[in-house]
Design a protein around this ligand. Structure first.
Ligand SMILES: [Zn+2]
Length: 227
């Protein structure tokens, strides 16, 4: 009864199109699920996400789940995930994508899932890392542990503050450090982020992880932006 009343006044709406959800629908309505722009990267190794890292860092496997278009469903989902506290979107998409990723044998050798860490200031403002629920859902469904204690975003440092103004605005957000021990040697790490655009952040994360002796990396993102 309470649930009925709550639904009457605060109906659950679709995170993609804001239409009221049916009882049987979970977070994303049936229409959006049909129209969501899946990339199918997981069935082709040399896909466009993989190619973004050509000549930059070696990856075993790279894929994005969805195409990101301005004003499209994916943009709406990412916006609600990031700014409207709708962390359940990450869970729903992660459960969905895990089924696709299971078909790719390269990921059978992954030892750890590594979420791209949020800048400390952003984490404080937002209260959560938007990629956490997606990582957890992949972890549960692929039986791979999440390690969120390996990769760190560098904060302002003495050397960075000596750089010029332009560099200073870029560096603190985009430099990373892997704090590893012997247990991390010769492992395969799966880096996860929300949107793959230029790939600069993931490239920097990858470089930090590749400092670990014998490390291999793969990359998965929720969305792929062509621009
Ligand atoms: Zn919808």
């Amino acid at each position: 009864m309470l649930k009925y009343l709550l639904n009457l006044f605060y109906p659950n709406v679709c995170s993609g199109c804001s239409y009221i959800l049916l009882e049987s629908e979970n977070q994303i309505c049936t229409t959006c699920r049909h129209e969501i722009p899946l990339t199918n990267h997981h069935i082709l190794k040399e896909n466009e996400a993989f190619k973004k890292f050509y000549g930059k860092i070696p990856t075993e496997f790279t894929s994005s789940m969805l195409y990101y278009h301005k004003k499209g469903i994916t943009q709406q989902l990412i916006h609600n995930l990031k700014y409207n506290r709708q962390q359940k979107i990450g869970t729903v998409l992660g459960e969905w994508y895990a089924e696709d990723l299971k078909q790719n044998p390269t990921l059978n050798t992954v030892d750890y899932i590594i979420p791209v860490p949020l800048h400390k200031k952003r984490l404080k403002e937002r209260g959560y890392n938007q990629i956490t629920t997606f990582c957890k859902a992949l972890s549960l469904n692929l039986s791979i542990a999440v390690d969120d204690n390996l990769l760190f975003r560098n904060q302002n440092t003495a050397t960075q503050s000596k750089k010029n103004l332009i560099n200073r605005s870029i560096l603190p957000e985009n430099t990373f450090e892997a704090r590893f021990n012997q247990n991390h040697h010769n492992k395969h790490f799966l880096l996860i982020d929300d949107v793959l655009t230029t790939g600069a952040t993931l490239e920097n994360c990858g470089r930090a992880i590749l400092q670990i002796p014998g490390a291999k990396i793969s990359i998965v993102t929720i969305a792929f932006s062509e621009s």
